[in-house]
Write a protein that binds this ligand. Sequence first.
Ligand code: FAD
Ligand code: SF4
Length: 465
Amino acid sequence: MPVKRTDKTPMPVREPQLRAHDFEEVNEGYCFAHAMFEAERCLRCQDPVCTDGCPVRVPISDFMHAVAANDIPKAAEILRSANPLAAICGRVCPQESQCEMNCHMTKRFGPVAIGHLERYVSDWEMSQPMSDEVQEPWREEKVAIIGSGPSGLVCAGELGRMGYKVTVYEALHAPGGVLRYGIPEFRLPNSILDWEIKQLERLGVEFVNNVIIGKNITMDALFKEYGYAAVFIGTGAGLPKFMGIPGESLNGVYSANEFLTRINLMQAFEFPRAETPLKVGKRVAVIGSGNTAMDAVRSAMRLGAEHAMVVYRRSENEMTARVEEYEHAIEEGVEFHWLTNPIEVLGEDGWVTGLKCMRMELGEPDDSGRARPVPIEGSEFVFPVDNVVLSIGTRPTPLLVKTTPGLKTHSWGGLLGDEREVETSVHRVYAGGDAVTGAATVILAAGAGKRAAEAIHHEIQAEAA
Ligand code: FAD
Ligand code: SF4
């Protein structure tokens, strides 16, 4: 039974709430022998369809050849020239639905483990000594990047490499976007992100944290007062959606964004050493079925939940999380309740005590092409829970749009881009990543950052000529 609490009774904090090492990366990387074995499985196909499946078109066959020849520096060079966030993508990219899905080996023998080799090579690269030398920008023009997620980081890096003076403005107190505040350390250690950011600093890129563009500095001021020649918007899609069901404002209900940010950015698991607590009870229900839901539910387990469950209104077949994340969640003991739709969060004295749900069945496909969940009359029941974490999607925040005249969006809030999705409706303002596409993936955001850097360079040089 849930514990009865009053507003004045703080939720009990178990000691120790979490050991820091519970958040360390859970998977070991490949060893040398394993990497060679996998690379030698590559057929070096005439039509390397694996590359067609890669949003940034890594020349995978050449990369495999270099690994098989044990020329790891060359493999690293090939990889990095196409994917500036290789160490990160080697850990979080959904290869099974991209390059590895296309691989000619997939049907009969299983795909070449492209993602694991990407990680193997970039981990080697990170183990190499790094010089402290910082490149001096050699061009006069300055570019501002708003947001330090993968789209902003890649755009900054590419422009830095071209010799521009680049400043990345970040609203939070540490750079990285979702890579830092969303994806937990057991999947993506902060040390990897820090290494990538260090590479950008070596290219002369400057990071300014704790600045909200559109509030502390307007877009207009970036051009007129600060003298930037172009601006890239990589502000992501961090505004959580809510279900609009009764009880959502009870204590103990979190959006997945808030839940994960408190853990990953604010180190809530160090409470009371860290100042921001996260009150996690013994039974936690996470609503949704994407990567974010898996991260939230696995984090809840690490924070001491004895029953951590995923509640989703469709079936396992319609789940949107990576298969790998789903399997890890099962291994860790997460319960899955498919075809179950929450209709009310129940509470006592202001705190969550239960989640009222209905059983569903699948009907005809809806606009998204997925089977429509249909409620089964009279099937209501209650899960006794202490916390509810909503992970049903996010959308771009409207702040920048509201404060930037002429910056147009789709009706759902995504910034309007051109056919290559990098030019906005405002001259010399470019955009990419989740702010344009809605919640998507790291590699798509990185690809957009790269295209935007090329477009910015092209525009600046064309106007200067
Ligand atoms: P973001 O990463 O969202 O970064 C935007 C940054 O802009 C933020 O730091 C924000 O604080 C800052 N910002 C916003 N507004 C302003 C402003 N006005 N001024 C200054 N700064 C501002 N993708 C995968 O490929 N694999 C995964 O396994 C995966 N797991 C995920 C797990 C979680 C929990 C989440 C939430 C997402 C996951 N994704 C995953 C999706 C992926 O992380 C995103 O698609 C990607 O990070 C989007 O990058 P972005 O550059 O568009 O923006
Ligand atoms: Fe190698 Fe598979 Fe790509 Fe062929 S499709 S080049 S086997 S990784």
